[in-house]
Design a protein around this ligand. Structure first.
Ligand SMILES: [Mg+2]
Length: 367
């Protein structure tokens, strides 16, 4: 048992080597807030909350104020140990509505602290069995540089962002041709399409021999009936992302028969224990689960990988976000042969070391 004595935030800003473009946004940087918690013995733990206006609605300033205010108040002075770890997300959810990214980062920081105290990885703390995970690589929507449509060496699953360009159908066929037969293609339209556009595109890809792995969130988040119609009309699995933040959203999607798989993200659901609950509920309804992330650094991705290792060690996850802000010649990255490798060091220590030069000054919460 130990006691949380300090909560602090710092801005975490890293440039991307390639602009990240989706149907929802374009960005050149990781823009996140890092959360640090410290216990009475001086052990620390860290988490990351990304600014994502168009999905969670959270901003850097909003995340900082949320963590500095109600979340710090909910944690400061609390005694924590492994038995209480599953309760942390309830304390935080009781302190503030929405703000799922801020809550996730704060919960992860506490779980990281407990993992470090126990000398084990965060993945092992939450029941993870794998030490490396299959990982796709995103190909941004409407990239200006055609060489960026080539999959980086080692990756065998491309997640192609579509929805901005009427020529997307031909573009995906070209990407499959350039990548070769061994490469699987995932499609993510980030809510930009309608039923008829989706059906026509999938028909064209299948006719052209594209190895389609799944299609992610083609329709607006609220349109569960439309996604259910797509499942009836298409033979390719439909994955929901923006439609499912919480376990309640997932139950509605299951009820509507709107999904074959769900993309679980810490910044949407509010933390690791919420993610584990969504995964359990999905499994009960025989849905596939995949773990993804927002545009985040290695810190957020290391936390997402811990969840991946616990809920679906054999799945190919969407854990490439940190690849966008690392030097491709850097041999110390967690990406190896198209897989995400979990560092064997305690908690998230390795990830924190690797992003430390991207952190601004720490601001300590007074609660
Ligand atoms: Mg998505």
């Amino acid at each position: 048992m130990t006691r949380i004595v300090e909560v602090a935030t710092a801005r975490l800003i890293r440039p991307l080597h390639t602009p990240f473009v989706t149907a929802l946004r374009r960005t050149d940087h990781v823009l996140s807030v890092a959360v640090r918690v410290t216990d009475a013995d001086g052990t620390t733990g860290y988490g990351e909350a990304p600014q994502i206006w168009r999905v969670t609605g959270e901003s850097m300033v909003g995340i900082e104020e949320c963590v500095q205010g109600p979340l710090a108040t909910a944690l400061l002075g609390r005694a924590v140990d492994d038995e209480q770890a599953p309760l942390v997300h309830r304390w935080l959810a009781g302190a503030v509505a929405a703000n799922t990214g801020a809550r996730a980062a704060t919960e992860v920081a506490v779980l990281d602290l407990l993992a470090r105290r126990a000398g084990r990885t965060l993945a092992a703390s939450v029941g993870g069995t794998a030490d490396e995970l299959g990982c796709d690589l995103t190909i941004a929507a409407q990239v200006d540089d055609p060489s960026a449509e080539l999959l980086a060496p080692g990756f065998t699953t491309a997640k192609v962002k579509v929805g901005l360009d009427p020529a997307d159908v031909q573009r995906v066929i070209r990407i499959q041709e350039q990548s070769g037969e061994g490469v699987r293609i995932r499609i993510d339209a980030n809510q930009a399409w309608d039923v008829s556009t989706t059906v026509a595109a999938v028909d064209a890809w299948q006719a052209a021999g594209v190895a389609l792995d799944l299609i992610e969130q083609p329709l607006p988040a609220h349109d569960l009936a439309g996604h259910a119609e797509l499942r009836r009309r298409l033979s390719v699995p439909v994955m929901l992302d923006e439609s499912v933040f919480s376990v309640h959203d997932l139950r509605r999607a299951i009820e509507a028969e709107a999904a074959d798989l769900v993309n679980i993200k810490l910044a949407k659901c509010g933390g690791i224990y919420a993610a584990l609950e969504i995964a359990r509920e999905a499994r009960k309804a025989e849905l596939g689960v995949m773990v993804g992330s927002m545009m985040e650094s290695e810190l957020g991705l290391a936390a997402a990988a811990a969840v991946s290792a616990a809920v679906a060690p054999d799945q190919t996850h969407d854990l490439d976000a940190a690849w966008w802000s690392i030097d491709p010649s850097d041999l110390g990255t967690p990406y190896r042969d198209g897989r995400f490798v979990i560092s064997p060091t305690p908690g998230l220590t390795r990830a924190v070391e690797r992003i430390s030069e991207s952190l601004g000054p720490w601001r300590v919460a007074t609660g």
